[in-house]
Design a protein around this ligand. Structure first.
Ligand code: SAM
Length: 225
């Protein structure tokens, strides 16, 4: 992808994106240079409807349709940083949504697989990703709580919706030494959990408190939440 100065000068949002990285991310402790550079490159406004593009770099989640949201930039960066992604990693994302975080994963990892339960969101995300040149991402419409067994094992799994418990299929599909970041708790509030698989066992570290839309599926909340 061309990220040179010509593209940056012609992007009217570039200055807002730089300010977002400095004031919302670096100032709050995000340190991974690859994550900061990716957040500065990926045009968040392109993943939003025209009515929300002017707010794209503000410090909050924004609606993307079907009752769903794209997460606040800080939480997106914190999740990516916690995963310690390497360029050759194979990654699974649950909850494609707008495709914004998918694009960031594509900047940071090798192969990216993403699952979304709302077909219209998945279709729009695919169109945006393709238009921006992220052609290697595979997107599936379905229940992400069951994972993507045919593409497993995954070096990293990012779940961007709130789970009532760690979905067992996702634990199974983690590579040895793999990492998973997932909000776990009640529908109204959760803790962000970082799971590392070591000798087949999950080691869980609790990070920040957070609030995500529910993960709905066989190993998530029942539909209607
Ligand atoms: N990361 C996304 C972005 O950058 O736009 C935002 C994700 S949004 C917070 C959570 C997404 O998870 C929603 O699009 C929702 O439809 C999806 N979702 C909820 N349960 C799901 C499931 N079981 N499988 C796949 N996607 C699911």
């Amino acid at each position: 992808m061309d990220t040179g100065p010509v593209q940056q000068i012609s992007d009217p949002f570039h200055i807002r994106r730089v300010a977002m990285v400095e004031l919302q991310l670096r100032a709050r402790g995000i340190r991974d240079p690859r994550v900061l550079a990716a957040m500065e490159r990926v045009p968040r406004h392109e993943f939003l409807g025209p009515e929300f593009q002017r707010e794209a770099y503000e410090d909050r989640p924004l609606p993307i349709g079907h009752g769903q949201t794209v997460s606040q930039p800080y939480i997106v960066a914190a999740m990516l940083e916690a995963l310690e992604l390497q360029p050759a990693d194979t990654v699974l994302e649950i909850g494609t949504g707008s495709g914004y975080q998918t694009a960031l994963l594509a900047e940071l990892a090798g192969k990216v697989y993403s699952i979304e339960r709302h077909a219209p969101l998945a279709e729009r995300a695919c169109q945006t990703l393709e238009r921006l040149g992220y052609t290697g991402v595979r997107v599936l419409v379905g229940d992400g709580t069951e994972g993507w067994p045919a593409a497993a094992p995954f070096d990293a799994i990012l779940v961007s919706a709130a789970a009532p418990k760690l979905p067992p299929p996702l634990l199974e599909q983690m590579a040895e030494g793999g990492r998973m970041i997932v909000p776990v708790g009640f529908a109204a509030s959760q803790d962000l959990e970082l799971v590392r698989k070591q000798q087949g066992q999950p080691l869980i570290t609790r990070l920040d408190a957070c609030r995500f839309v529910p993960l709905i599926g066989r190993e998530g909340f029942p539909s209607g939440w």
